[in-house]
Design a protein around this ligand. Sequence first.
Ligand SMILES: Cc1cc2nc3c(=O)[nH]c(=O)nc-3n(C[C@H](O)[C@H](O)[C@H](O)COP(=O)(O)OP(=O)(O)OC[C@H]3O[C@@H](n4cnc5c(N)ncnc54)[C@H](O)[C@@H]3O)c2cc1C
Length: 434
Amino acid sequence: MEHIVIIGNGISGVTAARHIRKLSDKKITIISAESEYFFSRTALMYVYMGHMKFEHTQPYEDWFWKKNRIDLLNRYVTSVEANKKSLHFAEGDSIKYDKLIIATGSKSNKFGWPGQDLNGVQGLYHKQDLENLEVYAPNNKVCKRAVIVGGGLIGIELAEMLHTRNIPVTFLVRESSFWNGVLPEGESTMINRHIKNHHIDLRLSSNLKEIISDEYGKAKAVVIEETGETIDCDLVGLTAGVSPNIDFLKDSDIEIGRGVKVNRFLETNIKDVYAIGDCAEQHEPIGNRRPIEAVWYTGRMMGEALAQTICGNRTEYKPGHWFNSAKFFDIEYQTYGWVHGSKGRPDHEKHFHWKHQDDTKCITIAFDKDTFEFLGINTFGIRMRHEVFDTWLTEKRDLNYVVSNLSLANFDPEFYKKHEASILAEFQNQLTTA
Ligand SMILES: Cc1cc2nc3c(=O)[nH]c(=O)nc-3n(C[C@H](O)[C@H](O)[C@H](O)COP(=O)(O)OP(=O)(O)OC[C@H]3O[C@@H](n4cnc5c(N)ncnc54)[C@H](O)[C@@H]3O)c2cc1C
């Protein structure tokens, strides 16, 4: 029986395994060094915040794996010997495969900062990071202040987590406005204010210079590059992005760049070796997408597509329209299609922007300045229906149509009844002054 070995029990590896099982009788082994069972990484924050226990982040009951004949192996893979089709483990043993799926996810970035490996310095990615938080930041007696370095989606989650335990937070953000490499200005500045309203000490245009150790090898302060200011702290959260977790492949014959290089079928340069999820890097990016897409649903879609290929129906990874969602403290964010920040925005992309006076809700619609074709939408504080925007993007609807029919996409009809007049008035205003 063909043996499929999957390194990584995250959403990508587990989706591939589940679908291979649905389609075939192959022997399946999933290897992970992180946790016994698959858990939802996106839910980690809620464990620290006390909304759920870690066990509740596990989407499947413990019996699921045995019942579905998916073997789980708790090991750390140190190397892949592709010509012998075998993997070697830190624990000293090894395993053979017929087909190998690399689904090893990401690791938190470290940029060589002095002190980055001290105790009390950590990312927020793995289960072990959550455990370390309980050691170094269980409450505001043990952790009198935390410093977070890197203003992205994980950084703001960590700020919210610490805030719920009343731990004062200083947030160092390299950019001049929060996440403005991605968000248009109106949204980014609204989020700056929202962060500050939660009493987070947000420092824009601020880089980490170094982390200072106490006499026991634990972080006790950081120094800011631009001002030389020293900030005392008990925890340093490094959240300046993630990168593929593939160091163990360096001496293998598998082609790697920043991630494991794959084609549209998620095949590597080595026959019978594939890569999916956060650790996979497309040779050529798909449309406006990045070559590495470190998001949950990408891993799921890749896992599904690859299961087909492994089971004999060679299937291209075709992700469709871009979408994503996240949360900035109390403000939910959704994005569909493409809405660029000022950096990298193509000349033909124009925006219609509406913001509610309470400063927690806004909409930005991107459109083509010549044809008025709808290109994408960002919504903050308003929950929208994915399938509606997906259809409008496919149908290449125009701006006027989208603005006039927004109520169809809105989950909360009351919201739209209340604000429709204001949105339409702003629309008329911006069109006439454009
Ligand atoms: C705090 C946080 C919040 C997030 N929120 C969102 C969100 O709201 N929306 C969204 O789209 N995405 C979000 N993401 C990103 C999303 O979680 C990832 O894109 C997704 O989990 C990646 O899945 P994966 O299966 O590719 O890898 P992973 O989930 O990283 O799984 C890979 C597994 O492989 C294991 N592994 C790695 N190397 C080895 C080895 N050599 N030997 C053995 N095991 C190994 C790892 O330990 C890990 O268990 C968030 C991420 C974090 C950290």
